[in-house]
Ligand binder design. Structure first.
Ligand code: SAM
Length: 253
C-alpha cells in the first residue's frame, strides 16, 4: 500500500546507492532496466575518466557560457573549466555534484526542471550521454532548454545511435543487483529529435557521429530568423580564463 510519506517523497533514483556506488568506484556494471527486462548499459567508466577526443570535439562547438544538464561526475564541466570556458553542471545526484567539484568544475545539486541561475542567458545547453532522456519526455526537455538558452543559443544533444523514439519506465540496476524505484526515461534518435524540435522552431545546425556516438546541434529561436552557423566570433571572445561562482557563470560570459 502507498503511504502518505511515499506520496510526499518522489523517488530519487539517481541519488540512490547503485549510481552513487558506481561513481565512487568509477566502475560498473550499471544499467537502466526497462519493465520488460531489457537492459541499457550505462557507460560509467567513460563518465568517470577525462574527456576523450569525441567529447573535446563536442566541446569545441560550445558557445558562450555552458550549462551541462545531468553533468554526472563532471568530465565535460572539468574540461570546459580547464579551457577557461564559463561552465556550470547541474545534477540531481549528490555524488555527481561532489565528483564534479572535486575535478575542479562548478556544479549545483538541482533538477533541470527547477529554477536555475541564468535562465534565458546560457549560450549552450548540453544534453550528453543520453541525457535527452531525462524526465521521459524529450519535447518537454526541448521546451525547458529553450527557456534556459539565450535567444539563438545552442542545444547540443547526444542521441541514440539508431532511429528510436520511446518513452519508458526504467530502474537503475547495479552489479550487486541493487535497484532503484522505477522512473520515466526516453530514448530518441536523431530523426525523431529533429521531428520533435521542428514545431518548437529549433533550427538544426549540425549532426554528426563519432566513435559510435551521435549528436545534434540545434539553435533556439531568435528575434532574427536567419540561422547562424555554430561558433560566432563574438562567442569565441567570451571564452576567457576565469573561475566564477555558479550564480555568476552566465553573467560573466
Ligand atoms: C546518463 S547519466 C549522464 C552522465 C553525465 N553526462 C556524465 O558526463 O557523466 C544521467 C545524469 O543525469 C542526472 N539527472 C537525472 N535527472 C536529472 C534532472 N531532472 N536534472 C538534472 N540532472 C538529472 C543523473 O543524476 C545522472 O548524473
Amino acid at each position: 500500500m502507498t503511504t502518505a510519506h511515499e506520496l510526499d517523497t518522489p523517488p530519487r533514483p539517481w541519488s540512490a546507492d547503485p549510481y552513487a556506488d558506481a561513481l565512487r568506484t568509477g566502475r560498473g556494471p550499471l544499467h537502466l532496466r526497462r519493465d520488460d527486462g531489457w537492459l541499457l548499459p550505462l557507460d560509467v567508466e567513460r563518465w568517470c575518466t577525462r574527456a576523450d577526443s569525441v567529447d573535446r570535439a563536442l566541446l569545441d562547438l560550445c558557445e558562450g557560457a555552458v550549462l551541462d544538464v545531468g553533468c554526472g561526475p563532471g568530465r565535460l564541466v572539468a574540461e570546459l573549466a580547464a579551457r577557461g570556458t564559463p561552465a556550470l553542471g547541474i545534477d540531481v545526484s549528490e555524488a555527481a555534484v561532489a565528483h564534479t567539484a572535486h575535478r575542479g568544475g562548478q556544479a549545483l545539486l538541482r533538477s533541470v526542471f527547477a529554477p536555475l541561475p541564468g535562465e534565458g542567458r546560457w549560450g549552450t545547453v548540453l544534453l550528453a550521454d543520453g541525457n535527452v532522456g531525462i524526465g521521459g519526455d524529450p519535447r518537454a526537455l526541448l521546451t525547458r532548454a529553450a527557456q534556459l538558452l539565450a535567444p539563438g543559443g545552442m542545444l547540443i544533444a547526444e542521441t541514440a545511435p539508431f532511429d528510436v523514439d520511446e518513452r519508458v519506465r526504467v530502474r537503475i540496476v547495479g552489479g550487486d543487483a541493487a535497484e532503484t524505484d522505477p522512473f520515466p526515461w526516453a530514448r530518441i534518435g536523431t530523426p525523431a529529435l529533429l521531428r520533435a524540435a521542428r514545431p518548437q522552431r529549433w533550427r538544426p545546425v549540425a549532426q554528426w557521429s563519432a566513435d559510435g556516438r551521435c549528436f545534434v546541434a540545434l539553435r533556439s529561436r531568435t528575434s532574427n530568423s536567419r540561422a547562424e552557423p555554430p561558433k560566432s566570433t563574438a562567442v569565441l571572445s567570451s571564452q576567457r580564463p576565469r573561475n566564477p561562482s555558479p550564480d555568476s557563470v552566465v553573467a560573466d560570459a
